[in-house]
Design a binder for this molecule. Structure first.
Ligand code: MG
Ligand code: MG
Length: 249
């Protein structure tokens, strides 16, 4: 069931999303070789609590940390750990959620650790472009989920990249994951229409090679099957009477 939100509810969601945005910026500031992902998780958790919010991910279905940190071929859901230390040349994605006053925010960013290859930088840039091209294509009451997915997929595939099929974006609100599912692939003219009051997380997960992924034995981490790098970029958006608002920017 899709729950539509009022302008007041969207304002609460914006607050949650701005805490997420600021947490991600803090993580990006602290991204450097030698930092453990455990330390980054601690930073994020302390910041979110200092804002009178709670990390949405902590204990979600048993997830043991406040953020997901996924390095290189890890697509999403990487678990922070003292043993996992960032190294020069890696690309790292941070996925963060916060709940404020009963409303969730959700966003993700991928950045390089120090100097990275031009190939990895392009993958990161194109993943962001996929998000913005998708958002810019939305016309409230007209655009269907298949149209949105098609825009994202076409842009990624024009660079020869893979679009992960098994993980998708989602509605968001009082729950972190609500209906509808928001795939990063699709067929124009198919799926439900995006209408005023909908709040969704759009999150392209783009790979340098195959779109196939493997789930690791820790029960969380998802890696590309060919172990080539992947990038993830996400924001929560609201479809309002005054247009599309990106809540986590
Ligand atoms: Mg997320
Ligand atoms: Mg999400």
């Amino acid at each position: 069931m899709i729950t539509l939100k009022t302008d007041t509810q969207i304002a609460y969601m914006k607050k949650a999303n701005q805490i997420v945005r600021d947490t991600l910026n803090l993580l990006i500031e602290h991204t450097k070789a030698g930092v453990s992902t455990y330390e980054l998780d601690r930073l994020a958790r302390e910041y979110i609590f200092s804002q009178n919010a709670k990390p949405s991910f902590l204990h979600y279905n048993g997830f043991p940390a406040s953020i997901c940190v996924s390095v290189d071929c890890e697509v999403v859901h990487g678990i922070p750990s003292k043993k996992k230390v960032l190294e020069e040349g890696q690309i790292v994605s941070y996925d963060c959620g916060a709940i404020f006053n009963g409303w969730h925010g959700d966003a993700a960013r991928t950045v390089g650790v120090g100097l990275i290859s031009p190939e990895c930088q392009q993958l990161i840039d194109v993943t962001e472009q996929c998000f913005f091209k998708g958002v810019e294509s939305i016309v409230a009451g007209v655009t269907r989920l298949g149209d949105l997915g098609h825009v994202i997929q076409s842009h990624a595939e024009s660079f020869g990249y893979g679009v992960v099929r098994e993980l998708v974006g989602h509605g968001i609100g009082r729950q972190m994951h609500e209906d509808p599912e928001v795939p990063n692939y699709g067929i124009s003219g198919h799926g439900i229409r995006l209408t005023e009051g909908m709040t969704i997380a759009i999150e392209p997960m783009i790979t340098m090679g195959t779109e196939r992924v493997d789930w690791m034995e820790d029960g969380w981490t998802v890696k590309t099957r060919d172990r080539k790098p992947a990038s993830h970029y996400e924001n929560t958006i609201a479809i309002t009477s005054h247009g599309i608002e990106i809540l986590s920017l």
